[in-house]
Design a protein around this ligand. Structure first.
Ligand SMILES: Cc1cc2nc3c(=O)[nH]c(=O)nc-3n(C[C@H](O)[C@H](O)[C@H](O)COP(=O)(O)O)c2cc1C
Length: 167
């Protein structure tokens, strides 16, 4: 299976989660492509929180995939900022290529706050682009920073992603 992992990570937590899930997929012989969304200029903490609150995007230096059709599964992830997706993730979601019929899993990493609004905001835009949500999850920074907990979480997530009812 060809899997795209596209994500924003300001401080490395979401990156750690995506790498752990990717490693678990690779161990099962799936092919992975990683796209880390990087801003042209890093926003300050305050500006990042405000941009997320106002559902704004930000210019990215990353080249975005022009199509998602080459992938069987797309993982979209980012940190919760002010309860919502980050500006970098907004930029991707608001300019998302067609996702018609693509299976999409959505992830948030958070610091202990609620991720529901974040996940809902991402899912709405994925569905608008035609994607099918097959999985959603919020994983705390604490879990990602504990390697045993991270490995167990990644294994459980991949098992959920590969369950027959998804395919
Ligand atoms: C500007 C800003 C706003 C944040 N707002 C929240 C929040 O509303 N709720 C929460 O649980 N965590 C919040 N966090 C913490 C991050 O979501 C958390 O540390 C996340 O795992 C970081 O992921 P990253 O390292 O991939 O950027 C915020 C962090 C930043 C920088």
């Amino acid at each position: 299976m060809r899997v795209l992992l596209i994500y924003h990570s300001r401080t490395g937590v979401t990156h750690g989660l995506m790498k752990a899930i990717g490693a678990e997929l690779e161990a099962r012989n799936h092919s992975t492509t990683y796209v880390r969304l990087e801003p042209e200029r890093r926003l300050s903490w305050l500006a990042a929180g405000y941009a997320a609150l106002r559902r704004r995007g930000v210019r990215l230096s990353t080249t975005m995939p022009r199509s998602l059709m080459a992938y069987d599964l797309v993982l979209i992830a980012g940190p919760v900022h002010s309860g919502r997706p980050s500006a970098e993730l907004n930029e991707f979601l608001d300019n998302m290529p067609d996702a018609i019929g693509r299976r999409v899993a959505v992830f948030a990493t958070n610091g202990g706050g609620n991720a529901d609004m974040h996940l809902k905001s991402v899912k709405t835009r994925v569905e608008r682009a035609g994607g099918l949500i097959v999985y959603e999850d919020a994983v705390s920074g604490q879990t990602v920073k504990n390697s045993a907990a991270l490995n167990t979480t990644a294994r459980n997530i991949v098992e959920q992603l590969m369950r027959p009812s998804v395919w």
